[in-house]
Design a protein around this ligand. Structure first.
Ligand code: SAM
Length: 379
């Protein structure tokens, strides 16, 4: 009876063929999507789990200047690479396997070549070398980041313990260690150079005559501004160990008649007077919301009427979903640097400026989640 019912209900043979083809295709499509998506997800997990090993593989290759070697001599074999780098056979195999799997090298037959862009970013002579960033990661972030769990659960910079000293932030502690301060400042300078041409293009500094750059480091930003605006004068304010380098740089570049540098701790001193623009470049993510608010109130009092405060930093998206850069930097500020900071969103930073008294807040978005917020002190 049931069979008769189904037999009766069965569609015509043609339509049935079409339906089963459709469900077959649907199944294949489903499998394909699942495999592709799953593969990407598994790769993603693998990059996270293997992260420390992959990072050390590339850092080791950079230390040996493997990518520089293959820039000069593309197509070397494993044996030729081992000879040139003075390595034994087994470690050479291990290193090349890592670099090929990570797609930094291509192996064609028995010959090795740099993948596109590798020469530029990862050889020691590369024009946009990321090696200072790798060294900052290796010497500063890596040793301290093993304390992230403790930092998160205790809400303090437990990672600071890897830098001798009793100060409450990394900058003050590494000021006693020339090598680490050099590593940090070289990284920071290279990092800032990647976006500060855009920064200087995005702001009309011609309205200002005297600029104070708080935490201005080696003067990377004021030098760019001074080159573009020939009558501007500027002062870098940073820790004394850092301003020495800024001062000698200004002398070397013949800018010392317009640029100077003052050493001190901005939180222990009143803000210097007489400036019509105060810059905080990559400075606000270091500190807590309350410290930043207090700092902006002090800047508001100090800056000339009609002048401005300009915050140039990487920002977190307002909905707190990224970008990835914020997911690297925020744990770093929590665990390694100060135990207080992180990347802040556009919205919360704007609010600090408004609450400090600034008006006409302007926003400029640059590449790679960097941006600028400017607030004017009313006349
Ligand atoms: C993340 S770096 C930013 C450097 C520079 N503004 C740039 O955009 O490349 C922060 C700088 O703030 C300085 N700094 C940290 N604490 C400071 C303090 N209490 N007073 C003045 N400068 C400080 C550090 O020495 C460092 O040069």
């Amino acid at each position: 009876m049931l069979r008769t019912y189904y037999q009766n209900a069965e569609p015509t043979p043609n339509l049935s063929g079409l339906l089963s083809l459709k469900s077959l295709l649907k199944g294949w499509l489903h499998q394909l999507v699942e495999k592709v998506l799953l593969k990407r997800q598994i790769d993603h997990f693998q990059y996270i789990i293997g992260g420390p090993v992959y990072f050390q593989t590339i850092r080791t290759a950079c230390q040996l200047d493997l990518f520089g070697l293959l820039t000069r001599k593309p197509g070397l074999t494993q044996q030729q690479i081992a000879q040139a780098l003075k390595l034994e056979e087994n470690p050479t195999k291990v290193l090349l396997l890592g670099c090929v799997s990570l797609k930094f090298l291509r192996k064609i037959g028995e010959q090795y070549y740099n993948a596109p862009f590798v020469s530029q970013y990862f050889s020691q002579q590369g024009q946009r070398s990321l090696i200072p960033t790798l060294e900052w990661m290796h010497q500063i972030v890596y040793p301290s980041m093993v304390h992230l769990y403790a930092s998160v659960t205790q809400n303090e910079a437990v990672g600071l313990q890897v830098f001798p000293g009793n100060e409450d932030n990394m900058y003050a502690r590494i000021s006693h260690n020339q090598q680490l301060e050099h590593t940090f400042q070289t990284f920071m300078q290279a990092r800032t150079q990647m976006s500060n041409a855009d920064f200087v293009n995005a702001v009309d500094f011609s309205k200002f005559s005297r600029i104070l750059d708080v935490g201005g480091a080696r003067g990377e930003n004021v030098v760019k501004i001074a080159q573009r605006y020939p009558s501007i004068q500027a002062t870098v304010f940073d820790l004394p160990s850092v301003t020495q380098t800024a001062l000698s740089r200004f002398r070397t570049e013949g800018l010392d008649h317009r640029l100077d540098a003052v050493g001190g701790n901005i939180f222990a001193e009143t803000f210097p007077l007489g400036y019509d623009c105060i810059l905080f470049c990559h400075f606000t993510p270091i500190w807590s919301e309350s410290t930043n608010r207090e700092m902006l109130r002090k800047a508001f009092t100090a800056v000339n009427s009609g002048g401005c405060v300009c915050i140039y930093a990487p920002f977190m998206e307002d909905d707190e979903t990224g970008p990835l850069l914020s997911a690297i930097a925020s744990p770093y500020f929590l665990c390694t640097v100060s135990g207080q900071g992180r990347h802040y969103s556009w919205q919360e930073t704007k609010q600090w400026l408004i609450d400090a008294g600034f008006v006409n807040i302007a926003e400029r978005r640059l590449r790679s989640s960097e941006g600028i917020l400017i607030g004017i002190k009313p006349v």
